[in-house]
Design a protein around this ligand. Structure first.
Ligand code: TLP
Length: 346
């Protein structure tokens, strides 16, 4: 049976070139700083993002956690969007492990924060209050439909943060999708932030890993937190080799994923029982509402026919990525259309 897995871009497999590079990778013990392939990946990531240094971590969650622990101390708070991945989907790590509280303000429909609300959320210097130690943005914004923030958006929030001497962190799990969609160098998107995490293991198709980038001083401090949470690995060049291939050859192709997302959205918009605004689609995440029928049952039926995705909730997300072709999109649309016609009639 044909399988079209639209659950996430995290399901991507390494390319044949990555597998070759992984098999041949020169490795060493990274805790001694001796893995040449990892050192090359970290330098390359830092260079692409326009930062002094990079540090490989096991996941996006780990990158955001270690960055937060590096910026904030026990008892501090951080300001972030109420729909941010850090707040909603990272198991409350900063608060559980770091004693740091989350101060959320509303994300607007494209994942932006209102600078006045950010400013109002910054705690005055008073013994009654926690110290505000970090502000975080997310680009692209997952729960806000994969929307992109421009360099101007980021600068607006950075200006507020820096006026109060607070560092800005970007959860850039999909920052390369944003760069490709906005046709802007990724370094422009992050230049006003003190730290950024980006994921290798999503649209870039690397099997494991993310990279945190920032100043030499920030990364040096972050390495201790990374060690503390068990994130120092050894011959990690095996994975880093795939990351190097990804940064060299998998970024520009994400335009294809965005075109496929648009094709998917336009097709979904034609299906009775589905509500979607196909114009609000800058990247590879396609969110829509299932207006009729039992979503759990509909998801089960499309899954049975090889289209993986959907959920028991009315809001569904389909994600395009490496390995999903325009023909796969058309197949998925056929399956969804016929399933909805049969099981979600008007
Ligand atoms: N997102 C995953 C799931 O957790 C939902 C996905 O399928 O989209 N920041 C953002 C914006 C993310 O979307 C994710 C993962 C992360 C951080 C965490 O990355 P990982 O999964 O590597 O810990």
């Amino acid at each position: 049976m044909r399988i079209v897995d639209l659950r996430s871009d995290t399901v991507t497999h390494p390319t044949p070139e990555m597998r070759r590079a992984m098999a041949e990778a020169e490795v060493g013990d990274d805790v001694y700083g001796e893995d040449p392939t990892l050192n090359r990946l970290e330098a390359m990531a830092a260079e692409r993002l326009g930062k002094e240094a990079g540090m490989f971590v096991a996941s996006g969650t780990m990158g955001n956690l270690v960055s937060t622990l590096t910026h904030a101390q026990r008892g501090d708070d951080i300001i972030l969007g109420d729909k941010s991945h850090i707040f909603r989907s990272e198991a409350g790590g900063a608060s559980a492990l770091g004693g740091i509280s989350f101060h959320t303000i509303p994300n607007d429909s494209r994942g932006m924060l209102d600078p006045d609300q950010v400013e109002a959320a910054i705690r005055p210097n008073d013994v009654h209050f926690p110290r505000t130690a970090m502000i975080a943005l997310e680009n692209t914004h997952n729960a806000c439909g994969g929307a992109t923030l421009t360099p101007e958006d980021t600068r607006t929030i950075a200006e507020v943060a820096h006026r109060h001497e607070i560092p800005l962190h970007i959860d850039g799990a999909r920052i390369f999708n944003a760069a490709v969609s906005l046709e802007t160098p990724v370094s422009e998107l992050v230049k006003d932030a003190e730290s950024v995490t980006f994921c290798l293991s999503k649209g870039l198709s690397v099997p494991i890993g993310s990279v945190v980038c920032g100043s030499n001083e920030f990364i040096e401090r972050a390495r201790r937190w990374c060690k503390m949470v068990g994130g120092s690995m050894r011959q990690v060049g095996i994975i880093a080799a795939a990351g190097i291939v990804a940064l060299d050859s998998m970024v520009e192709r994400m335009a294809e994923d965005h075109a496929n997302a648009r094709r998917l959205a336009q097709g979904l918009a034609q299906i009775p029982g589905i509500s979607i605004n196909p114009d609000a689609l800058p990247t590879n995440l396609v969110f829509f509402e299932v207006e009729r029928g039992d979503p759990a049952e509909l998801a089960r039926r499309i899954n049975e026919r090889g289209v993986k995705g959907g959920s028991p909730a009315r809001r569904w997300r389909f994600v395009t990525h490496y390995g999903i072709t325009a023909e796969d999109v058309d197949y998925a649309l056929d399956v969804v259309e016929s399933t909805f016609r049969e099981y979600a009639p008007a």
